[in-house]
Design a protein around this ligand. Structure first.
Ligand SMILES: [Zn+2]
Length: 295
């Protein structure tokens, strides 16, 4: 069975209908999500993330164990994920970028895509060209360039200013609110996922500190929730998104484990500050089984 029963952490972003229109295809349809969840429930022991990592750290046998995590704190979790967790009596982890809770501002990439719908690609690319001196041939290329060359949040905020448009705020429709977190507290442990969801690679040391320490501090002060600031998840989380300063700052902030978005099972020798995590997509159960065997 190869890796089927090797311990794993999986992650989702959105569970929502009509994923065809989704920005990055990050959503799984609710009906399929429930089937995937039933699959995990049937073949694995679903552990709270903190329990799984503690057992791993203590050298216990965690084969056949899995933890299920969610990133970014989108609203549909309250509608589709919360009832599913209650139905099975399992606990999930939610990695939440603090700006969503604190300022209710759109995450920079949501704001970028929102702008595309509001003013069109052409105006955006022209403005960006003036701001950066770089010529962009497509929206997607501009997105990637911004991600890897700037403080993402700052430049999108500046782009809004240049276009004379107010940076969008959420009225509790797109992201979870603190109230939602309270309602769902028995099925989620809440963990930091940076402050502005900037890609770490182009950031200065101070900016990374703000992303890590800022989010740990803010979350640790929230009362009435099961908050765990010892577990962090990198924004984006692939190898190419990393920054050399991160480990040291994570340690200073009291973080014990940091999760990546590089797929794979957890091994004895896995790097505790770059723990593998498998992104689950619109996979049918056959494909999901295959992924669990291979990863
Ligand atoms: Zn994220």
């Amino acid at each position: 069975m190869f890796n089927f029963y090797s311990p794993k952490i999986v992650y989702y972003h959105k569970v929502c209908p009509n994923t065809g229109n989704d920005r990055f295809n990050l959503g799984v349809e609710p009906e399929l999500f429930n089937r995937q969840l039933d699959f995990f429930f049937r073949y694995y022991k679903i552990l709270p993330l903190s329990t799984l990592l503690k057992k791993w750290e203590d050298g216990e046998d965690i084969s056949g164990c899995i933890s299920i995590t969610f990133d970014d704190g989108y609203k549909d979790l309250a509608e589709f994920v919360y009832p599913a967790a209650k139905r099975l009596g399992v606990k999930f982890a939610l990695f939440i970028p603090v700006s969503v809770l604190k300022d209710r501002e759109y995450l920079w990439y949501d704001a970028f895509y929102f702008l595309k719908a509001a003013v069109g690609e052409k105006r955006i690319l022209l403005s960006l060209e003036k701001m950066t001196g770089v010529h962009f041939t497509s929206f997607q290329k501009a997105f990637t360039y911004i991600k890897y060359n700037f403080n993402n949040y700052k430049i999108i905020k500046a782009l809004y200013k240049k276009l004379g448009i107010e940076y969008p705020k959420d009225q509790g429709k797109i992201y979870l609110t603190f109230k939602d977190l309270l309602v769902m507290k028995e099925v989620f442990e809440y963990c930091p996922h940076s402050f502005y969801h900037n890609c770490f690679r182009p950031l200065s040391r101070d900016e990374i500190e703000q992303e890590i320490v800022g989010s740990v501090d803010y979350l640790s002060k929230l009362e009435g929730l099961d908050v765990n600031t010892q577990i962090f998840a990198y924004p984006f989380g692939r190898k190419q998104d990393m920054n050399n300063s991160s480990y040291e700052i994570l340690k200073q902030a009291g973080v014990e484990f940091s999760l990546s978005a590089e797929g794979g099972s957890i091994r004895r020798w896995s790097d505790r500050f770059f723990i593998p995590r498998i992104g689950i997509e619109q996979w049918n159960i056959w494909y999901l089984s295959l992924a669990m065997i291979r990863l």
